[in-house]
Design a protein around this ligand. Structure first.
Ligand SMILES: [Zn+2]
Length: 173
């Protein structure tokens, strides 16, 4: 069930890095299948925009009743570079929640594909916030996502590798 607490939490994490015009949507567990293995996505095409709006329409039964108006407004606001995050992400640590949301915002700032630029935005922002998110929790997230970082494409791959080694002594290559 999507309630205002989970939407507020998503918006609060995004607001640390993005202007308030950027829209973030949380999709209930039951609707997340279309995202396959990914915990989130960044809307990059008109087709994805239509798909997400349809998913949100289908999800109405899983949205708290007092959120109906806010949900309608969110549906209207979906645009290119809207972020869509799975509900189950919010069962993770704040460091993990931030990693997923900031990764997706990295797609809004950079490429749609999994480039070093996108991952570097994610890991650099986590590093900047390590004191509030918890050094250990950030390191756990970085370690758990090492396989994804290894698959990073150019542009930005070399910078990502250098950053992780310098800041966290994590070796990708
Ligand atoms: Zn991605």
């Amino acid at each position: 069930m999507i309630d205002s607490a989970v939407l507020d939490q998503a918006e609060r994490i995004l607001a640390q890095v993005a202007p308030k015009e950027v829209v973030i949507v949380v999709l209930p567990k039951s609707m997340s299948v279309g995202l396959s293995g990914n915990p989130g996505m960044c809307v990059k095409t008109e087709q994805q925009k239509t798909w997400i709006t349809g998913q949100m329409d289908n999800a109405r039964d899983y949205v708290a009743e007092n959120l109906a108006d806010r949900w309608n407004e969110l549906m209207k606001a979906v645009a290119i570079n809207t972020l869509v995050i799975k509900e189950e992400v919010f069962a993770g640590t704040p460091a993990y929640q931030s990693a997923v949301i900031w990764h997706e915002y990295g797609h809004a700032l950079h490429e749609a594909s999994e480039t070093g630029n996108v991952f570097l935005f994610e890991v650099a922002t986590l590093t900047e916030n390590r004191s509030t998110l918890g050094d250990k929790d950030v390191r756990d997230v970085l370690n758990s996502r090492t396989a994804a970082y290894k698959g990073a494409k150019d542009p930005g791959r070399a910078e990502l590798i250098a950053f992780l080694e310098e800041q966290w002594q994590i070796k990708l290559a």
